[in-house]
Design a protein around this ligand. Structure first.
Ligand code: NQM
Length: 374
């Protein structure tokens, strides 16, 4: 034993731990991470403690919803205030995926940028335009900033998070075809696939912010009202969903997605708590306790299409502006949709409410091997 040489010391990286909606993870300024992607991913894996089922040697919470990272930098495109790169860090595999976006972590981006001085508050509320680098899409985010600082206290309640907090409004400007080439990547609102043990199965492949495969729970012999624990223990269903995911992904032009966190799979059933539709989402191998933000936008979009698998199940209000309430295992998620006046089955804009909270600020320590000193 001796005093470690400098190169053997851990490296400290400035970091703020945030809850964003129903997700949680460390946020970094892009400038504080390696610029090289492979080197950056090695640092993120070390920070989260991956790969390890328990993520015992890092900040990760041993679940896909708590194995997420936000990377924020000053906006580069005209009119954009900040750029947000979302990274899904696999829990058990040495993999970091920056392809899909995460609307929950997105809720914490503006608070992070204000906390770190990247942005300045505008008044009692502050609205900034954020570019999600993963998908090249923009949204406007409004946070509460009385006294020039972010307020996290408030009366807004989102299902899946205990208590109440300050509202964070997100208005998506363009979500169609976030990862896929189009909103309906197969060119149809309804596809039929052959599945062993099931036969012909109707599905909707859709991407209005998140690539998803929607299927009626009843068509897979389930109610769609099962608990998260029941579904996570249902190996037969999970195997069938994975086979379906592989097939659907090829139809969607996504290729081999065996190691990718998308498309997400979603079972649909008729609403039973006064909402528009009932969902059970797999992200993609674990059942979500609630539903992802862009997953909810995508499901809500399918609910207003005449030919999708949601037709005949979903109950949506009439009108060009409508609230679609997506029921999920821990409550519901309301999405405000504005339909295109020229085409009542096309969604022009989606808005929703989230909350976020600063949990901890400091430095995360990275083993020297993960980011050797220069
Ligand atoms: O769909 C879970 C989440 C998400 C992603 C997932 C998300 C979204 O709940 O926008 O927020 O689908 O892995 O954080």
């Amino acid at each position: 034993m001796g005093i470690p040489r400098k190169s053997q010391r851990q490296r400290a990286i400035p970091c703020i731990l945030m809850r964003g909606g129903t997700s949680r993870g460390p946020f970094f300024k892009a400038a504080d991470l390696p610029a090289d992607i492979a080197a950056r991913d090695a640092v993120l894996l070390a920070a989260m403690g991956s790969p390890d089922r328990r993520q015992i040697d890092g900040l990760g919470g041993a679940h896909p919803l708590t194995s997420k990272v936000g990377i924020v930098s000053p906006g580069t495109a005209p009119g954009v205030d900040v750029d947000f790169l979302f990274a899904q860090v696999s829990v058990a595999e040495p993999a970091v995926d920056t392809t899909p976006n995460c609307g929950n972590m997105l809720a914490a981006v503006v608070p992070f940028a204000l906390e770190t001085g990247m942005l300045r508050a505008q008044g009692d509320t502050s609205t900034f335009r954020v570019l999600t680098v993963n998908t090249g899409m923009q949204c406007d985010i409004t946070v509460q900033t009385p006294d020039g600082t972010v307020s996290y206290d408030g009366e807004a309640r989102i299902d899946g998070v205990p208590g109440t907090a300050a509202p964070i409004a997100i208005s998506f400007l363009d979500t169609a075809g976030s990862v896929c080439d189009a909103l309906l990547p197969t060119g149809r609102a309804l596809d039929i696939v052959e599945l062993d043990g099931i036969g012909r199965l109707e599905i909707t492949c859709i991407d209005n912010g998140m690539p998803m495969v929607l299927v009626r729970a009843a068509d897979l012999g389930r109610t769609g009202y099962e608990s998260v624990a029941e579904l996570n223990a249902d190996d037969a269903l999970k195997q069938r969903l994975e086979t379906l995911r592989m097939k659907a992904a090829r139809l969607m032009g996504l290729g081999d997605v065996a190691a990718r966190p998308f498309p997400k799979m979603c079972l649909l059933a008729a609403p039973r708590d006064g909402g528009s539709v009932c969902t059970r989402c797999f992200i993609p191998h674990v059942c979500h306790e609630a539903i992802g933000v862009l997953a909810a936008v995508t499901v809500a979009t399918a609910c207003v299409m005449d030919d999708s698998v949601a037709a005949g199940i979903a109950r949506t209000p009439a009108g060009q502006e409508k609230t679609v309430s997506v029921e999920h295992p821990t409550g519901e998620f309301s999405v405000q949709l504005t339909l295109d006046p020229a085409d009542p089955h096309t969604v022009a804009r989606a808005a929703l409410l989230r909350t976020a909270r600063l949990l901890m600020r400091g430095e995360v320590a990275i083993p020297a091997a993960a980011w050797p000193s220069d």
